[in-house]
Ligand binder design. Structure first.
Ligand SMILES: Nc1ncnc2c1ncn2[C@@H]1O[C@H](COP(=O)(O)OP(=O)(O)OP(=O)(O)O)[C@@H](O)[C@H]1O
Length: 507
């Protein structure tokens, strides 16, 4: 009988690669010979000081578990004793120090159990518990029947653990691979199949041509991301992509930065230097914040675009270039043309193929995708094992927020929440704001703090001012001066803003 029992049981145990499936087949057979109500399997993890339940099967269900029970150092010492018996009958669980403490936390109504130790080499791996819901159910005959199964059970558990570890490592690698691909693939546009679908159709249509592209959209909405996508889908993808922030170069340096200079062109010009246009030769030049270019430079830029040549500062020779131009701005260039702050001829030259990127609030369906993506990126940046949890309520607040700073603001909000609570749940401290339609100038929309959102008890004015400035800085990603900066948004002189911030202890 014992031989037959061993043979049948081993066959059941080896019937599946899934631990809980083999355990179920095994249980169905063993219960015909032993008065058991179920079987569980757990492993001892000295490095964590706990016991981890991997599987449980009873008449009603088969469950793969991942449940840990912490045990005291005294219990750990007991488990490490080398002379612990391979099989033990516990007919009254209350009186067993370790199993009496651990098993009832996972298996309800357990009263008696036969414990079969599993070993990996000489190390205690864990136990298989054959249990009953009544006391004093087991005798030595039962234990003798089960004992020969210890090697098979140890083996399938050890393999299963190896499989689990491989799976975990594989998942981590897949995730890492995905993030790396996104980091190194500039075409990785989140929302390409949803909120930016129309934009991406335009990108596909224009990418292969030589035509200039003008990208329009609010600050932080992804103009550079789309410029990158145009470049990387073009035949110039393996050639340079040079980004120039036209608003960040002092007027006196613009010519030499854009067109380069010859040795001796001015004091300090010790070597010949290639400008951004020359560096971009064969590839793409991305002129960001084109609306910030002074009129004098706009004329020279127009000449370059028309002739396809540049002359270095202090030089005489015209240098032929093959460059694709992509320009971008958050300003309303047509309104600037009317006000004569932007040249009409340059506008016509650039606006051959305009691409308008919708603001984040116009494509709210992208918010969950962006949140998921940037949570992963930030978790990798902060070396977190797990993504912090975001409650449905908090996600809802993101979905309903006005996002004047668009995707950049979303990233800042996520990053701040993650710094405050790396293990989650994340809490996004968003100001209640109401929107007013964009002004004709195309500048940032005005945000009005609506007093009806506040409680009856008003906060001191200084506190409100301080919060408002902090909010503006959050939207601009900390940028104080220049285009898209907090001073411009708040329509205040940057120096006045700085002194206000000092007074309020904000810097
Ligand atoms: N669709 C998107 N997919 C992935 N990342 C995005 C997307 N849109 C924006 N981002 C991210 O948001 C941030 C701001 O985007 P980007 O710099 O392209 O905006 P912008 O419109 O050029 O801003 P600005 O007007 O200030 O120049 C960047 O970190 C960018 O990677």
């Amino acid at each position: 009988m014992q031989k037959q029992f061993y043979f049948e049981a081993t066959q059941r145990l080896c019937s599946s690669l899934e631990l809980e499936q083999s355990l179920q087949a095994y249980f169905e057979y063993v219960r015909q010979h032993l008065p058991i109500d179920g079987i569980y399997l757990n492993i001892y993890r000295p490095e964590y000081g706990d016991i981890q339940f991997l599987a449980h099967v009873d008449e009603a269900q088969t469950t793969a578990l991942n449940k840990q029970v912490k045990i005291s150092t005294e219990m750990q010492a007991l488990l490490s004793q080398p002379d612990r018996p391979v099989i033990r009958i516990i007919n009254d669980l209350e009186h067993d120090r370790v199993t009496g403490f651990v098993a009832p936390q996972v298996i309800p109504n357990i009263q008696s159990v036969i414990l079969l130790r599993m070993l990996s080499g000489n190390t205690h791996l864990g136990v298989v518990g054959f249990y009953a819901k009544q006391k004093a159910q087991f005798c030595h005959r039962h234990a003798e029947l089960i004992e020969p199964h210890k090697d098979t059970l140890s083996l399938i558990t050890a393999f299963n653990l190896k499989g689990r570890n491989l799976l975990k490592a594989n998942q981590a690698l897949t995730q890492q691979n995905r993030l790396l691909k996104q980091a190194f693939n500039p075409c990785g546009v989140i929302g390409a199949d949803s909120g930016l679908k129309r934009v991406m159709t335009q990108v596909e249509a224009i990418a292969k041509l030589h035509t200039s592209v003008l990208i329009l959209g609010e600050t932080g909405c992804g103009k550079e991301v789309i410029a990158n996508a145009v470049h990387c889908k073009s035949q110039r993808a393996d050639k340079p992509f040079i980004k120039v922030n036209c608003g960040a170069i002092p007027e006196s340096l613009i010519d030499s930065e854009l067109f380069g200079y010859e040795k001796g062109a001015f004091t300090g010009a010790e070597h010949r230097k290639a400008g951004f246009f020359e560096q971009a030769n064969g590839g793409t030049i991305f002129l960001d914040e084109i609306g910030e270019l002074p009129l004098s430079v706009q004329v020279r830029l127009l000449r370059v675009l028309q002739n396809g040549t540049i002359t270095r500062v202090g030089g005489f020779d015209a240098i032929n270039l093959d460059i694709r131009v992509i320009a971008a701005t958050h300003r309303n260039l047509q309104a600037m043309v009317k006000k004569q702050t932007f040249r009409e001829d340059l506008w016509y030259r650039l606006a051959v193929f305009p691409i308008e990127i919708p603001s984040l609030r116009q494509r709210r369906s992208d918010i969950p995708l962006l949140v998921q993506h940037f949570l992963e990126v930030l978790a990798a940046k902060f070396n977190l094992d797990k993504l912090p949890r975001v409650s449905a309520e908090q996600l809802d607040s993101l979905n309903h927020y006005h996002w004047p700073g668009n995707v950049r603001e979303l990233i800042n909000v996520l990053e701040r929440a993650m710094i405050e609570a790396p293990k989650g749940p994340l809490n996004f401290n968003l100001l209640q704001v109401d929107k007013v339609e964009p002004a004709a100038s195309g500048k940032h929309e005005t945000i009005i703090i609506d007093p009806s959102h506040a409680s009856d008890k008003l906060v001191p004015l200084e506190m409100m001012v301080s919060k408002y400035i902090a909010h503006a800085l959050r939207i601009t990603g900390g940028k104080l001066y220049g285009p898209g900066g907090a001073a411009e948004m708040l329509d205040i002189n940057p120096n006045t803003l700085r002194s206000k911030m000092k007074k309020l202890g904000l810097c």
